[in-house]
Ligand binder design. Sequence first.
Ligand code: PXP
Length: 260
Amino acid sequence: MLLGVNIDHIAVLREARKINDPDPLDAISLVKRAGADQITIHLREDRRHINDMDALRIIENSQLPINMECAIDAEIIDTVIDMNPHRVTLVPEKREEVTTEGGLNLITNFKTIEKISKRLKEANIELSVFIDPDMFQIKMAKSLGAQWIELHTGLYANIYAMLNTNLKNTNHSIKELDLPREALHVKLQDATKQLQSSAKLADELEIKVAAGHGLNYQNVRAVANIPEIIELNIGQSIIARSIFTGFESAVKEMVHEISR
Ligand code: PXP
């Protein structure tokens, strides 16, 4: 199982003060030393955390591949292609959201993504699409020529959190989780099964499968156990733990957790 560490949250902390510290660039050698496999960053249209200079410096200096998340916006796609990351993960993006909510709809955005896919292929950059675990979306990903899909685990993570802590974990589909415990158990099983069958279908279609969003040291095991999922992208829980235990140690613990 490969681990991509999402380091946006280091820039979130820096932007809280609008100074130079902490620098997300300082994380990249520690991610490698801790045994993870990839750096994931999200260049948002509003540049609210990672900015262009961060992305350029990280791409230039990282010994690990860079997975760059971005919206399907023409200006941001131009910028990202110029930066030449290893992989681009297309995500839905709304300015007012706290973090990525839900997967990208490949059906309503088919024409736009088709053009992006062509441009990425010409630039020799891998394409991944961040989608909900939905059979139709996976078939669309295949038609679009995506080499990867990343399955949105937000719903699974939220149900898990509601059952175990009564607190939400991500802001994904909160309303439908206002249910008694027995019903939440069934929902958790359904969400896990959806991830399993989606990963299986993608694998059959020869698409590589990643997953992420809301995964933490408690809920990650069931997702890591799905054989067709070969990579997890995790940010918030690792950065949160690193405040108390140190960054390298927090990454190491996650590497350990997902390889168990
Ligand atoms: N994967 C994608 C596509 C994301 O947008 C995010 C959130 O930025 C993550 C993974 C990581 O999610 P989390 O910070 O909840 O671990």
